[in-house]
Design a protein around this ligand. Structure first.
Ligand SMILES: *Cc1c(COP(=O)(O)O)cnc(C)c1O
Ligand SMILES: [Zn+2]
Length: 438
C-alpha cells in the first residue's frame, strides 16, 4: 500500500493520526478530528472543468461511474485516495436548486433559491456524509458501525450499512423520533435501540460504547461525514455556474453541517473555485438555541440547554461540533439566529403548499431568511440559497396534526363524506366557487 498523504488532526491539541485510524475523536484530549487532505494541483478554471465534465444535476450518469454521485464527483476535495472498490454509493446528492415564487414572497427575499437535500436516497442530506463515512468504514475493515441520532442519521447509516453489508447499531431517543425516520431505520435493518433519554444522552452512549466495543462511530463528529457534507455547498456553487451567492442559510442543530459548510467554503476559496465567499446564516429553533445564544455573546462562552422544539432534527441542547461551527461563522462573517416553532411551522406550510415540501427542521432556514430580510441583514437583491435538509414525508405525524387543526392559518382539513355522489357534488360546488376554497 502506498503511504497516505492525508491525515486526521485534532483541532484542539494538534495530535496527528493516520487517515486509516479507526478513532473518530482525539485519543489524547477527546477533541474533534478534522480530515486534512492534500488539495489537487489543478486550480480555478481547470478544477471547475474537471467537475463539470463529470456532469452536474440533470445529466444522466453512467451506472459504472462513481463520479455520477453528487458527492464523489468532487472526490479530489473530499477523500482523494480511497480505492474505488471501497466506495459505497447510490448516487446521492445531485439535488435540485429550486425557485418558488410563493416562498420567496413569504420570506421577502426575491432572489431566494431552495437547495433541496430531501431529494437524497434516504430523504436527507445525511446521505452525503454517510456515503463517505461508510466507505471509510469498509476501507479500514470495520466490523460494525454505529451512531446516535435524532432520526435522519440513523436512517442514512442503516441504508448505507445495508449497501455495504456490515451491521449497524443506532441509538435514538425513545418517543422523540419522527415516524418516517424510525420506520426507515427499522426497514433498512439496523439494530435499533430506543434510549429513555434525549439525543445528548444517545450521543454520550454511542461514543462510550464505540470505544469499548471497537465499533466505528458514524456520528457527525466523524470527520469523513463532514467531508462528505461539504459537497452540498460545492454542488450548489456548481449549479450556480460557480458564481457564489451572497448568503447560504441552513438549519443548525449539532453543527456538523455548519462546520461542513465552513470547510467547503474554505476549500472552494483555497482552490480558486470561487473568489468571494458567501456569508453563512445558521438558524436554530428558539427552544434549542445554545449556538445562537453563544453568538449573541460574541462566542464568549459555550452554552448548553435542555432542548425543546417541534423540529426534532435540530432538537439538540449541546452541539458536538461547537468549535467547528464557531470557526465557520467567523470565517464567513456569518450570523446565528433562532426562530420560533410557530415561524418554522408557518414557513413549512408555505414551502409545502408550493409543491416542494420539507420536514420541519428544514423550514427553519426559510424562516431564518425572512427574519434576516426583515431586520435588514439580508439586503434586497441579495442572492440567497436556503437549504432544505429533509423530505416532507420524514415527519407525517406533524403534517396530519397541522392540517387537521382548522385553527392553523394554512390548514387543509380533510372532509369525510358518505359514499354518495350528492355528497361529492356538495363539497365540490363549494370548493370550486370563487369564495369557497379554503
Ligand atoms: C441533521 C439535520 C439537521 C441538523 O444538522 P446538524 O449538522 O446537526 O446541525 C437539520 N435538518 C435535518 C433534516 C437534519 O436531518
Ligand atoms: Zn487532541
Amino acid at each position: 500500500m502506498t503511504a497516505s498523504r492525508n491525515l486526521l488532526r485534532c483541532e484542539s491539541c494538534g495530535t496527528e493520526l493516520d487517515e486509516l485510524d479507526p478513532r473518530t475523536s482525539c485519543p489524547k484530549c477527546g477533541g474533534l478530528l478534522s480530515l486534512e487532505i492534500e488539495l489537487p494541483s489543478e486550480r480555478g478554471a481547470a478544477l471547475r472543468a474537471l467537475f463539470d465534465a463529470r456532469g452536474s444535476v440533470g445529466t444522466i450518469p453512467e451506472s459504472s461511474d462513481i463520479g455520477a454521485s453528487g458527492v464523489w464527483r468532487f472526490r479530489e476535495l473530499v477523500l482523494p485516495q480511497i480505492p474505488d472498490k471501497n466506495v459505497v454509493t447510490q448516487w446521492e446528492g445531485n439535488t435540485p436548486l429550486l425557485q418558488r415564487e410563493a416562498v420567496a414572497r413569504w420570506a421577502n427575499v426575491p432572489e431566494l433559491m431552495l437547495k433541496h437535500e430531501g431529494h437524497n436516497p434516504t430523504g436527507s442530506f445525511k446521505d452525503r456524509g454517510m456515503t463517505v463515512a461508510v466507505s471509510q468504514a469498509v476501507r479500514i475493515g470495520a466490523s460494525a458501525v454505529s451512531c446516535a441520532s435524532t432520526g435522519n442519521t440513523s436512517a442514512s447509516l442503516a441504508a448505507y450499512a445495508a449497501l455495504a453489508g456490515i451491521p449497524a447499531i443506532v441509538l435514538v431517543p425513545a418517543g422523540q423520533v419522527a415516524l418516517g425516520k424510525l420506520a426507515q431505520t427499522l426497514a433498512y435493518g439496523a439494530r435499533t435501540l430506543l434510549v429513555r433519554g434525549d439525543f445528548d444522552d444517545c450521543l454520550r452512549l454511542a461514543r462510550e460504547s464505540s470505544e469499548r466495543l471497537g465499533v466505528y462511530l458514524a456520528n457527525s463528529i466523524n470527520p469523513f461525514r463532514i467531508a462528505g457534507q461539504t459537497t452540498i455547498v460545492l454542488e450548489l456553487l456548481q449549479q450556480l455556474g460557480w458564481r457564489a451567492p451572497d448568503w447560504i442559510v441552513l438549519p443548525a442543530g449539532n453543527l456538523g453541517n455548519t462546520a461542513a459548510f465552513g470547510a467547503a467554503l474554505r476549500i472552494a476559496r483555497a482552490t480558486g473555485l470561487i473568489d468571494s465567499s458567501p456569508r453563512l446564516a445558521a438558524v436554530q429553533a428558539e427552544g434549542a438555541a445554545p449556538f445562537a445564544r453563544s453568538f449573541r455573546s460574541g462566542f464568549a462562552e459555550r452554552k448548553s440547554v435542555r432542548a425543546e422544539t417541534v423540529a426534532t432534527a435540530i432538537k439538540i441542547g449541546d452541539p458536538a461540533s461547537y468549535e467547528r461551527g464557531v470557526r465557520a461563522i467567523r470565517e464567513t462573517n456569518g450570523v446565528v439566529l433562532d426562530v420560533s416553532d410557530a415561524e418554522i411551522l408557518e414557513a413549512k406550510a408555505v414551502i409545502d403548499a408550493s409543491g416542494v415540501g420539507c420536514e420541519p427542521a428544514s423550514a427553519a432556514s426559510v424562516a431564518g431568511a425572512r427574519r434576516l430580510s426583515k431586520d435588514g441583514t439580508i439586503s434586497r437583491g441579495d442572492r440567497v440559497v436556503a437549504v432544505l435538509t429533509g423530505h416532507i414525508l420524514k415527519d407525517p405525524g406533524i403534517l396530519l396534526d397541522y392540517h387537521k387543526d382548522a385553527s392553523r392559518s394554512m390548514a387543509n382539513t380533510p372532509i369525510e363524506i358518505d359514499a354518495e355522489i350528492s355528497a361529492v357534488e356538495g363539497v365540490l360546488k363549494h370548493a370550486l366557487s370563487p369564495s369557497g376554497s379554503r
